[in-house]
Design a protein around this ligand. Structure first.
Ligand code: ADP
Ligand code: TPW
Ligand code: MG
Length: 577
């Protein structure tokens, strides 16, 4: 009978190896440079083997954060980020991040140790028993269960292809103990390995689709381009720049597409979102979805609007509104074909459209500056005072990757801080989830070698805060800024009369998060004024060390749900706004 962790399976080194060695070699072979994870039975030795192959193993304090790191690595590199978890709860903790990656179209692979499926299927109560394969299936793009060491190289190659091809997403490999523990001769193990080729095969859109899209674009009087994080992910920056600049088309970026074209560039319509929705006659959507963040393409939008949509996923077309010109295929090939065709025809845009957007931008920007200036000296600081200090520092260090989560902290930072380089902003994205901060900061720092600044609400930080210690252990150049207003949305929630407990939205306005940083040897700051914040952030960036800045805000800074309060089914009356 097969047992879960067969002690008799000890290989005779060096002639013999196990499935774990095959896994490490298969990952190396396919070009994986980093594995993010958290070890224990049955994957501990696998992690050592992975290190032995010269792959970096970044060990976390919580699997969700390891998964967020893997997903961010995937988004930034176009190669799948790899997460490794133990069975049962470790698997489930990691799966939340893999599901989030699937929703956001980030390529990643979760490899989880799993109990012997023969025992799981018979409900025999084996160690950490859970039918992980079927649990994962509904929330991932593809799932494989690997029972034999012989299948590991092909499982890894197929998972890689599934993660990056078509619409990218999260892929699951159930790596069972029989496969991990299988003993074989080294020679036979080496023979299993092969070099998979052509891991990503871009598919071109058809000619009719391209011609139709160009015809509609050139017929537009008031055209605009909407850039989404799929456009940032695709790494086709020059083609997008050519399309926009050569044909003078104003652009509006979604939050993680900020910087793909400069937010403060002459064709940026970042401040004219409503005008574009209401007045543009043709909008070309490049790697974005008409989901809740864009009011599903209706209501506020011009009902006569013609949408052109560039997307690799055919099922994304016509989701909420009819798309006049779908261009389904790889972004790079689609843009090549569109640019080619455009060079033979003429745009017909009304020059007054661009001029009016530019005038509106100027007016809105000066209002925004006035708002920042008005709050400049607030004491205690509010969100705007703090972000007013952060803004010029991030903007003058454009190569810093900005990680951002919270409610008001997210909305206000996103609105205030202009980005000027592609893929330099990572946030809670499509699901608007809290708990990506430390993981994404680590994934960004490890996969790019760049400096990272994470701007976190105090609640948001709480979801992943313990993995600040991972930033410290790996000595990553990451500065974490916590905007502490003592709560979810703010710290002035009033509890119901029936209780002496804190209100559901209330956290701790007096918490000293900087002391938490101290515990792990970080450079830390507690700041109460914008000048102190400016000094702390400047020093932190210069140090290139793990740093944590606790920014003391007023408890009444921030409103319920930030900018998306309108989504509340019925906002509570007793939350002070
Ligand atoms: P945002 O949140 O910025 O609006 P979404 O995540 O909603 O962006 O949309 C990204 C879109 O980009 C998805 O529909 C996805 O299918 C698409 N996409 C991702 N990668 C590519 C690619 N290489 N080529 C074409 N489309 C892509
Ligand atoms: C996994 C609900 C949305 S925003 C937020 C929560 C808990 C925190 C807002 O407070 P924070 O920011 O971070 O202090 P600020 O500046 O407004 O005070 N659980 C998950 N995801 C979400 N989105 C929530 C809960 C939520
Ligand atoms: Mg808060």
């Amino acid at each position: 009978m097969t047992t879960n962790t067969p002690a008799s399976n000890t290989p005779k080194f060096p002639e013999q190896v196990t499935g774990m060695y095959v896994l490490a070699r298969a990952l190396k072979n396919i070009g994986i440079e980093t594995v993010y994870g958290l070890v224990g039975i049955p994957i501990t030795e696998a992690a050592y083997m992975i290190q032995g192959q010269g792959i970096r193993f970044v060990g976390f304090r919580h699997e969700q954060q390891a998964g967020m790191a893997a997903a961010t690595d995937g988004f930034l590199t176009k190669k799948p980020g790899v997460l490794m978890t133990v069975s049962s709860l470790g698997f489930m903790n990691g799966l939340t991040a893999t599901a989030n990656a699937t929703v956001n179209c980030y390529p990643m692979i979760q490899i989880s140790g799993a109990s012997d499926p023969k025992m799981v299927d018979m409900n025999m109560g084996t160690y950490e028993q859970l039918d992980q394969f079927n649990t994962a299936k509904p929330v991932v793009k593809a799932a494989f269960r690997c029972n034999r060491a012989e299948d590991i190289p092909s499982a890894v190659a197929r998972a890689y292809r599934a993660a990056v091809s078509g619409r990218p997403g999260g892929v699951y490999i159930d790596m069972t103990t029989p496969a991990l523990g299988q003993v074989m001769n080294m020679e036979d193990a080496e023979k299993l390995l092969y070099q998979p080729v052509d891991m990503y095969s871009p598919v071109a859109p058809n000619k009719e689709a391209v011609d139709r899209a160009v015809e509609i674009l050139t017929s537009a009087k008031r055209p605009a381009i909407l850039l989404g994080k799929g456009a940032a992910y695709a790494q086709v920056d020059d083609k997008i720049k050519t399309l926009i600049e050569k044909y003078n088309i104003p652009y509006l970026p979604m939050s993680m597409a900020k910087g793909l074209m400069p937010d403060a560039g002459p064709l940026s319509a970042l401040s004219c979102r409503s005008t574009i929705m209401q007045q543009a006659d043709v909008v070309m959507i490049i790697g974005a979805r008409l989901n809740w963040m864009l009011s599903f393409g209706k209501g506020k939008w011009n009902p006569e609007m013609k949408f052109i949509q560039l997307d690799v996923e055919p099922q994304e077309i016509d989701v909420n509104v009819p798309i006049a010109a779908p261009v389904v295929g790889d972004m790079g090939l689609a843009l090549d074909a569109i640019l080619d065709k455009l060079s033979t025809v003429k745009m017909n845009a009304d020059p007054a459209w661009l001029t009016s957007l530019q005038a509106e931008t100027k007016e809105k920007d000066s209002k925004f500056q006035a708002r920042l200036a008005a709050n400049k000296d607030a004491m205690p600081m509010d969100h705007w005072t703090a972000i007013g200090a952060i803004k010029p520092i991030i903007e003058s260090n454009p190569d810093i990757i900005l990680v951002n989560e919270g409610a008001n902290t997210l909305d206000d930072t996103r609105d205030a801080v202009d980005m000027s380089l592609p893929r330099h902003r990572i946030d809670c994205a499509t699901w608007a989830i809290m708990g990506m901060g430390m993981g994404s900061a680590i994934g960004a720092a490890v996969s790019t070698g760049k400096q990272v600044v994470a701007v976190e609400g105090d609640s948001a930080f709480g979801f992943s805060g313990m993995d600040f210690s991972t930033i410290c252990r790996f000595k990553l150049p990451v500065t974490v800024i916590i905007l502490n207003n003592g709560g979810i949305y703010n710290g002035v929630g009033v509890p119901m009369d029936q209780t002496t407990d804190p209100a559901p939205t209330t956290l701790d306005i007096n918490a000293r998060y900087d002391k938490l940083g101290e515990a792990f040897g970080a450079q830390t700051y507690y700041v109460q004024t914008p000048d102190e914040l400016t000094k702390a952030l400047t020093e932190s960036i210069a140090s290139k060390k793990p740093c944590l800045i606790n920014v003391q805000l007023a408890a009444d800074s921030g409103k319920e749900s930030g900018h998306i309060g309108y989504l509340n089914p019925a906002p509570l009356q007793n939350i002070k706004v």
